[in-house]
Design a protein around this ligand. Structure first.
Ligand SMILES: C[S@@+](CC[C@H](N)C(=O)[O-])C[C@H]1O[C@@H](n2cnc3c(N)ncnc32)[C@H](O)[C@@H]1O
Length: 248
C-alpha cells in the first residue's frame, strides 16, 4: 500500500465507495448552477463530473495521485478541457484567496481525523471563497452504531487498518456552527447512498485490486468475505447548499 493512501485514506473504504450508488446526490448536483471557478475539495475520481453543468473552470483538489489520475481520465473521456486536478488537502488548499465562485466537497471532509484539521479545512474554505460564493457540502450523517460506522468498522476489520474519520455528528456540528457564522443556508436535504454487494466475486472485481493483500492474505480475504455477505447497506447522508457571506 502506498504511503499516500495510508496517510489520507483507508483504501478499502475508498473501494467500498466505488461499490455504492448515489443517485440522490447525483440528482442534487445536476440541479445546481455551478457558475465560474468551481473548487472540488477531495474530488477523488471526480464521480460528479458527468452531472455538473454551468462552470467555466473546475479545479479538483485531491491528495492521492491515483485518484487524481482517474479523475483526469474521466474529464478527458467527457470532453471537458476546462478541468485541472491539483495535489493538496482540505487543510492546505493550493488556491488563491478570494478566488472560488463555487466550492463543493462530497464525502471528503469525513475523512479528516481530528476536529482541529476539520476547523482548518473550514477556515481554508472561507479563505478561498469570495463574498457570495456557493458552498455545497455532502457527507455522511451516521452516528456510532449506525450503518455508516458499521461499514467503517468492517472496512477496518477487513484491512486491519486504522479507523479513519471524525464521528460524523461532530462533523456536522462544526459545519453548522461555521455556516451560522459565515453563510446563509439555502437548502438542506437528507439523502441516501446504497452499497450493494451481490456476491463475493462480483464485489471483489469492483474492488479493483487496490488492496493488494485481498488476494494473497487469507485472513484479509476471510474478513472481506464476512463483510461482503451483507448484501445491501443503505446509509444516510446530508446535503447542504449555502452562500458564503464575507461582506458582513
Ligand atoms: C470517499 S472519497 C470521496 C471522493 C469524491 N469526492 C466522491 O464524492 O466520491 C474521499 C476523498 O477524500 C480524499 N481525502 C482524504 N483526506 C483528505 C484531505 N485531508 N483533504 C482533501 N481530501 C482528502 C481521499 O483521498 C478521497 O479521494
Amino acid at each position: 500500500m502506498t504511503e499516500e493512501l495510508e496517510q489520507y485514506s483507508n483504501p478499502l473504504y475508498l473501494d467500498l465507495m466505488s461499490c455504492c450508488t448515489r443517485d440522490d446526490s447525483e440528482y442534487e448536483i445536476s440541479q445546481q448552477a455551478l457558475k465560474g471557478i468551481v473548487v472540488d475539495i477531495g474530488c477523488g475520481e471526480g464521480p460528479f463530473l458527468p452531472f455538473m453543468k454551468g462552470f467555466t473552470e473546475y479545479l479538483g483538489i485531491e491528495p492521492i495521485d491515483f485518484q487524481r489520475r482517474e479523475a483526469e481520465k474521466l474529464a478527458k473521456q467527457l470532453g471537458l478541457n476546462n478541468c485541472r486536478f491539483l495535489p493538496g488537502t482540505a487543510q492546505n488548499l493550493p488556491i488563491a484567496d478570494n478566488s472560488a465562485d463555487t466550492i463543493m466537497t462530497t464525502y471528503a471532509l469525513s475523512e479528516l481525523t481530528t476536529i482541529e484539521d476539520f476547523k482548518k479545512a473550514l477556515q481554508e474554505i472561507l479563505r478561498i471563497a469570495k463574498d457570495q460564493t456557493k458552498l455545497i457540502i455532502c457527507d455522511h450523517i451516521g452516528g456510532i452504531n449506525d450503518d455508516y460506522w458499521h461499514i467503517l468498522r468492517l472496512a477496518e476489520a477487513a484491512r486491519k487498518g486504522r479507523m479513519i474519520a471524525i464521528e460524523t455528528p461532530d462533523l456536522w456540528i462544526e459545519i453548522f456552527c461555521f455556516l451560522n457564522q459565515h453563510a446563509e443556508i439555502r437548502k438542506t436535504k437528507r439523502l441516501k447512498i446504497v452499497f450493494e454487494f451481490k456476491d463475493l466475486e462480483d464485489s471483489l472485481l469492483k474492488l479493483r485490486g487496490m488492496v493488494p493483500d485481498i488476494k494473497s492474505n487469507p485472513q484479509v480475504r476471510e474478513n472481506v468475505k464476512k463483510f461482503l455477505t451483507i448484501p445491501r447497506i443503505e446509509t444516510q447522508v446530508f446535503f447542504v447548499e449555502a452562500i458564503i457571506n464575507k461582506a458582513g
